[in-house]
Write a protein that binds this ligand. Sequence first.
Ligand SMILES: NC(=O)c1ccc[n+]([C@@H]2O[C@H](COP(=O)([O-])OP(=O)(O)OC[C@H]3O[C@@H](n4cnc5c(N)ncnc54)[C@H](OP(=O)(O)O)[C@@H]3O)[C@@H](O)[C@H]2O)c1
Length: 297
Amino acid sequence: MSEISSGAVLVTGAGKGLGKAMAIHLAARGFRVYAGVRNETQAKALHNYGPQLIPISLDIDDPVTVEATLQRIQKECASTFVGLVNNAAILKGAPFEGLDSVIMQKIFNTNLVSTALLTQKFLPLIRKNKGRIVMISSLTEELPTPFLGAYPATKTGLSGLSDMLRRELAPFGVFVANVEPGFVETDMATSISSESGAWLGVVPKEKRTEVKKVYGAYFSPVHVEYLKQLVYSMPGSADEVAQAVYHAITSRTPYSEYLLSHHGIVLRVMRVLPDWLVDWYLWLLVWPGPLDPVFFQ
Ligand SMILES: NC(=O)c1ccc[n+]([C@@H]2O[C@H](COP(=O)([O-])OP(=O)(O)OC[C@H]3O[C@@H](n4cnc5c(N)ncnc54)[C@H](OP(=O)(O)O)[C@@H]3O)[C@@H](O)[C@H]2O)c1
């Protein structure tokens, strides 16, 4: 595989968090980066990082902005477009039983369906230029913990798509990598661990009393505290994720999978353990304890 050292790339969801870090990292190393954003404030802030970083209005759920982005990239850099980084995603945590069905569909849609459709749209360009596609998945794909709703399923789906595409596109010189960040303190990550009562906002009003009665003691402030201790004990960094994306796009020998942060090392070990042992370990880590017999009725 030949090294890629320059060209144009598109990073979706690049207005904040990890996507922004990736976009800045790639632009600082000479790539022309189209950074997908959904609001003007984020676009303006990106202008501070030089002419190589180009904010572009892109909502991946909106086919009109997806088409406009493709048209612009085709017009401005048809022969140099070498990378698509599928970073945009949402996470809404709650007990699965109570998760609003519209929100659940939205999560599947943005994280998986829209990402797949956008990838399909950009494929001819990527294939023509023997480029790279990078999926930003998650370590939750390896270890889905309770109350993450539809999110882990979408990330596992993305990983399957990544493996399938890599094999399908190999004859054309296109490489597809799956990057699995560990916990990094961004808006998404803190939304799940900051307010223990926040999840009720994604449960329809008529279900709240019942869901709170059933899951309230389990998904409690104590549980959230345990969860925080677990994730904050081994945080990853946005820089580490950006470096992995850069490697996946540029290296002569990119990896099919980037399992990041210290959590990644733990999860590598967990992969070879039986499920019952992992379930038990997780139970010990996140259970608010002492165990309440109500859960075993
Ligand atoms: N942070 C972590 O600990 C962690 C761990 C594992 C994996 N990840 C993955 O890393 C990626 C980035 O997450 P993050 O932590 O940086 O989250 P974040 O701070 O919430 O950023 C998510 C980005 O996605 C954008 N986005 C959401 N829906 C979109 C849509 N329909 N169209 C276009 N953009 C959309 C958001 O735009 P707005 O600003 O307009 O909402 C935002 O820019 C995600 O794929 C996430 O699953 C994160």
